[in-house]
Design a protein around this ligand. Sequence first.
Ligand SMILES: *Cc1c(COP(=O)(O)O)cnc(C)c1O
Length: 378
Amino acid sequence: MSGAEFVFGSKPIDIASGDGVTLTDDEGNEYLDFGASYACAPLGHCHPDVTDAVAEQAAELTYVQGSYPVDVRTGLYDRLAALAPGDCEKVWLSNSGTEANEAALKFARHATGRSKLVATMQAFHGRTMGALACTWKDEYKEGFGPLAGDVEFVPYGDEEAMSEAVDDETAGVIVEPIQGEGGVNPAPEGYLQHVRDVTADAGAAMIADEIQTGVGRTGDLWAVEGAGVAPDIVTAAKGIANGLPMGATMVKPWVAADAGNHGSTFSGGPVPCAAASATLETLVAEDVPGNARDVGASFRAALDDLAAETGAIRDVRGRGLMVGVEVKTGANPVIGQLAMSHGVLALPAGRTVVRFLPPLTVTEEHTERVVEGLRDVL
Ligand SMILES: *Cc1c(COP(=O)(O)O)cnc(C)c1O
C-alpha cells in the first residue's frame, strides 16, 4: 500500500492476479472470490472473451468523444436497448454506479419538471452529491452537506408509507430491488409493483437501482424482470463490463424525450464498451444468470441447513448469487476468519451480515467450500 492512499483502509493481502473464481496473492496463496470483486466480475476474473475484446479495442481505438459514432459504442447501445428491462431502450453510458444514478435523478427531475425525490431507509445509491442525498446512512454523509436536498426517506417494504410519500410534486422514487449495502434485504412480495403503481398514478418516475442486483446476479438478467415490474429508469454498473468502469442509465422514451442537458467526457469510451459488449454477449449466450439461479438456490439451502445445525445464524437472505447471512456475532470477525483460515473472501453488509457476491460462474463445489468454511468459523 502506498503512503499516498488515504480513502480506503488496507486489507492484509496483496492480490497479484485473478483467474475465474480464484484470486492469488503475491505469495502464491489462493482465495475463492466470494466478495472481493464486489459483484464486478460476473464472468469471473480475466475472462478470455473480455480480456481479448479489451486488448483488441485498446489496440484499435482507445478514445473518441461520444458524439462520434463508433461501431463498438453503437453496438453496445443496441445490445443494451435489446436487453433492457421493459421499454427502457434509451441508454446513457457513464463510468460508475453513482454516475448512473446521478443521471437518473437529473433525468427524472427534468422530465417531470419536479424536484422531490423519495428514497428508502437503509438504501445505498452512491457517493456523489445527488446519489449521496438518496443514500440512507449518516456515516456516508457527515460533513459533506448540503446535499441535493428534497429527499424523503420511507421504510423499505412499507407500501403505505410509499403511498403517502409520493404525490404530484414527486419527480422520482429510487429503489433497489434488493438492498445491497443495507443488509441484503429483498423487497417483500408485491412491493416493487406497488412502487410502480403509485409512481405511475402520480406521474413520477420509478427508478430501479440495479447496480448490484443487475446483470444476472439474482438469476434474472434484471431483478425487476423477475418481479414482473417495468420501471421508467433502470441503472446498472458494477458487473456490466466485468470489472472495467461502466455505468448505464436505461430510460423509457418519455424520459429520454425531455431529459435535459447532460454529458461526460468519458461516456461510452470504446474500451469499456468493448468489455461491456463482450460481457453481455457471453453472459446471455451461456445463460450465466441461470447458473446464478441454480447455484444460488442450492447455496442458500445449504446455508439454511447450516443455520439449523449451528444456531449461530439469524437469517439467510437473497436471490441468485446475492446472498446475505445474518450472523449472531459481528460480521467482520467471521469475514476475517473466512479469509485467513479458509481462503474465502466475503464482504460485510452492515455490522451483522456476511455478504457473498461471487462471480456468477461459481459451481456447487465452490459454494460447498464456503459453507464448510462457515461451519468451521461459526
Ligand atoms: C455500488 C452501488 C452503487 C454505487 O456504485 P459506484 O460504482 O460505487 O459508484 C449504487 N447503488 C448500488 C445499489 C450499489 O450497490
